[in-house]
Design a protein around this ligand. Structure first.
Ligand code: C2O
Ligand code: CU
Length: 460
């Protein structure tokens, strides 16, 4: 497999990035400042990329919180537009969920907001804006959030977060504009032309043979579905979307929709002098996105297989046959049959929808409805029947809860916060609505959310 970046159309001559406005606010330990910065996303013969980042870096800092502990950050907005922070996958109090217009007013440029939340579940999460997220994430605002196990953390030699980002760069390695592009919205979203792992196109570490790593893989892209394969590693998937699997699963091909995470425990089995690597597969084959040079053995033999991670305190589902139910029909997009949907209280033609940037609908609504998809009492088990009546895959994300897919014969899938649904697919998801508040349910292909794929639930 050769190392290459696909579709990469950077020109041969480097262009110097123009100077950035100076940002003068001092970082205090509990501040999280969103601000412009420069990042070395492209190789050294290209200019640095002007990004927006937490702490001015892309990705932002890896944040650790002990399970059950508090995460307190004063979010400071030094961007030229309003912003919020959403702590993706954390089952937190509604006021801290960071959703513009639903849980808080956006933080204006120059203003700040104190996020103070408790993280009940150990695992791998991430944070990103929830206001013009399709632009703000694409400019670099995202970071990994790790909630460390209170007890029962697996024994590993090293714990490595791997945030995979998909950038759309211009010839001089700058972030391409066109965030509201209707073609992207109506198709597969803003798919980039440049992949980084932890902000670098050439992620390389070292590892010892027979060393055991915990790799926390995060798909932090706007819309790219990632298909990954490991080589020179043997191991297990131990958690998805932060939540431990009840039994560890042998490592195979990993598919991550936007916003999904996988925790892997892997042993280095490549020989000294070889590489262990992670590859991203696409239509034309695949390419390495992260590599580890393997040197002498850490131990003479591999460690015994790991146990499952300790379960998080997620309520068990109540009876499914008496659960509260709602249907959600996803329609629209290119090659779809949607002719119109409700916008601003009126039936609106697809053409007029498109003029307003809306090309999708949930239950015939091309924008957030004033009333929730369903209103349930705290503690009720909820079952949603979702139908993807479009020609595109979607990544359905529920805020404030993790859910399980109800599979054939009543078997249940793993706890997740984001579900990849293929074109034409249906899925039944169930969860205990034990977190009071208003919670979004949307496609995490961010251009799709911008284009109408958003609804919400109320738990009273
Ligand atoms: Cu990753 Cu609505 O969020
Ligand atoms: Cu979608």
């Amino acid at each position: 497999m050769t190392r290459r970046q696909f579709n990469m159309a950077l020109g041969a001559t480097a262009v110097t990035a123009s100077a950035l406005p100076a940002v003068g606010r001092a970082e205090t330990p509990d501040a999280l400042i969103a601000q412009p910065g420069l990042a070395r996303l492209a190789p050294a013969d290209y200019p640095e990329t002007r990004i927006w980042g937490y702490g001015g870096t892309a990705p932002g800092p890896v944040i650790h919180v002990p399970q059950g502990g508090r995460l307190v950050r004063r979010f400071v907005n030094d961007l030229p537009q309003p912003a919020t922070v959403h702590w993706h996958g954390i089952r937190l109090a509604k006021a801290m969920d960071g959703v513009e217009g639903l849980t808080q007013a956006p933080v204006e440029p120059g203003a700040d907001f104190l996020y103070d939340l408790t993280a009940p579940d150990a695992g791998t999460y991430w944070y990103h804006p929830h206001r013009r997220s399709w632009e703000q994430l694409a400019r670099g605002l995202s970071g990994v959030l790790i909630v460390d196990e209170a007890e029962g953390a697996p024994e590993v030699d090293r714990d490595e977060p791997l945030q995979i980002s998909d950038w759309r760069l211009t010839q001089d390695a700058q972030i391409a504009e066109g965030f509201d592009d209707l073609h992207d919205r109506a198709h597969g979203g803003r798919i980039g032309n440049w992949i980084t792992v932890n902000g670098t196109p050439d992620y390389r570490g070292t590892a010892h043979r027979n060393e055991r790593l915990r790799l926390r893989v995060v798909n932090a892209s706007s819309s790219r579905i990632m298909v990954l394969e490991a080589s020179g590693f043997d191991g297990w998937v131990v958690a998805l979307d932060g939540m431990p699997l009840e039994a560890v699963e042998p490592l195979g091909r990993i598919i991550l929709a936007p916003a999904q995470r996988a925790d892997l425990i892997v042993d280095v089995i490549a020989d000294q002098g070889e590489d262990a690597y992670l590859a991203m597969l696409d239509r034309d084959g695949g390419y390495q996105i992260a590599a580890w040079s393997v040197d002498e053995s850490a131990r003479s033999e591999r460690l015994p297989a790991p146990e499952a991670l300790p379960a998080n305190p997620v309520a068990a589902l109540g009876p499914l046959d008496t659960a509260r139910t709602a249907d959600l029909r996803m329609e629209g997009g290119a090659m779809g049959s949607l002719s119109g949907a409700i916008m601003n209280g009126q039936m609106t033609s697809m053409r007029d929808m498109a003029a307003a940037g809306r090309v999708w609908a949930f239950n015939g609504m091309a924008q957030m409805s004033e009333t929730p998809l369903i209103e349930v009492a705290r503690g009720e088990t909820v079952r949603l029947a979702i139908a993807n009546d479009t020609s595109w895959p979607h990544a359905m994300h529920l805020h404030g809860h993790h859910f399980r897919q109800v599979l054939a014969e009543g078997t249940l899938g793993p706890l997740r916060d984001t579900l990849l649904m293929d074109r034409g697919a249906t899925a039944d998801i169930a969860f205990v609505a034990d977190n009071p508040g208003d919670w979004l349910l949307h496609c995490h292909m961010l251009e799709h959310a911008a284009g109408g794929m958003m609804t919400w639930l109320r738990v009273t």
